[in-house]
Write a protein that binds this ligand. Structure first.
Ligand code: SAM
Length: 313
């Protein structure tokens, strides 16, 4: 990626351009680090109507995907969701294909945990964290349980890919949200879920499609950020590869939307290549230190293709 210092600060989207948030029958069933629920009023106006296939190669909790499925005007004809995290991908597949089995598996785990006192809860949490189920329904039940009971709903793994977030201290965690899982399952019907790298996830995208990239944020300092969603770090080389892949898609006429941290290096690289870069205020919902919860701006990046409000038939 060519690195050029931006000449001016990125344009801030005026608050009045942001629509008020819409009612959402479909919503994420997971709390995810870097989740985009708070940014939806800023992201939704960038989505054209008439998308043939919507691709989200870094799905995480899928905040934008679920918002699109809840919007009759913006709902795409097809969707392909992808992530590198195998347990997350298995969970999406189970929520889509076997919500009843998942609810049945999660029910006793949730009941046992909620009935226990604090020390037993902790023991239960670490016992489940240490398990390595292979059955997809058990994988999904474990991931949902850990997601609702761990510290701040974080997802972080060590070098071996093992989940290593400690126990949280919620009094009444909503471990089993039966309605939420069923409505998410409805939204996921006919949706293709892939496990792999972001390039392969949208390799066949055409000018009638749209891709939203929400990669692990590029750290603002050596210690500030968290990118360990998988055992493979998403470092500077990966950010460069992502930018180059967006150039390929742009050349092909595919509309893209990208979010990232407000790092000058990221901003400059995209601006230099003619992308529109906006800086928007955001409130991250997950941060390991309470003092870090203040508004942190984010970059919202688009290529010229997405300027079409509707993809022509
Ligand atoms: C910032 S999160 C996405 C959050 C999501 N937009 C939401 O609303 O919850 C980034 C995701 O990228 C995934 N990831 C990391 N490296 C990847 C890669 N090379 N290809 C695909 N996904 C990757 C992580 O597992 C993580 O779920």
């Amino acid at each position: 990626m060519t690195v050029a210092a931006p000449e001016s600060a990125p344009r801030a989207i005026p608050a009045e351009r942001a629509p008020t948030s819409r009612a959402q029958p479909h919503r994420p069933f997971l709390k995810w680090a870097g989740g985009k629920s708070q940014l939806l009023p800023v992201l939704l106006p960038h989505i054209p109507a008439g998308i043939e296939t919507y691709y989200e190669p870094f799905i995480g909790g899928g905040a934008l995907f679920f918002a699109l499925m809840a919007d009759a005007e913006l709902r795409p004809k097809r969707a392909v969701l992808n992530d590198l995290n195998p347990d997350l991908v298995a969970t999406y597949e189970v929520v889509r294909d076997a919500p009843d089995a998942l609810i049945a598996a999660l029910e006793p785990i949730a009941a046992r945990y909620l009935a226990a006192e604090a020390p037993e809860r902790e023991t239960e949490f670490y016992a489940i964290r240490a398990e390595h189920p292979t059955d997809p329904v058990e994988v999904a039940a474990r991931l949902l349980f850990l997601n609702k009971t761990c510290f701040n709903g974080l997802y972080r793994v060590n070098r071996k890919g093992e989940f290593n977030v400690p126990h949280g201290r919620y009094r009444l965690p909503h471990i089993l949200d039966e309605d939420g899982l069923r409505t998410a399952s409805v939204a996921l019907q006919d949706v293709e879920v892939r496990r792999g790298d972001f390039e392969a996830a949208c390799a066949e995208a055409t000018a009638r499609d749209f891709v939203y990239f929400d990669p692990p944020f590029h750290p603002l300092s050596d210690t500030s950020n968290f990118t360990s969603y998988t055992e493979h770090d998403f470092g500077a080389d990966e950010q460069i590869r992502l930018k180059q892949w967006n150039d390929v898609l742009t050349e092909r006429g595919v509309g893209v939307l990208i979010s990232n941290s407000p790092h000058l290096w990221i901003q400059g690289g995209y601006e230099f290549s003619g992308y529109q870069v906006d800086q928007v205020p955001s409130r991250r919902s997950i941060n390991s230190r309470g003092s870090g919860r203040g508004p942190i701006p984010e970059l919202v990046i688009t290529n010229p293709q997405r300027a079409r409000a509707t993809i022509e038939a």
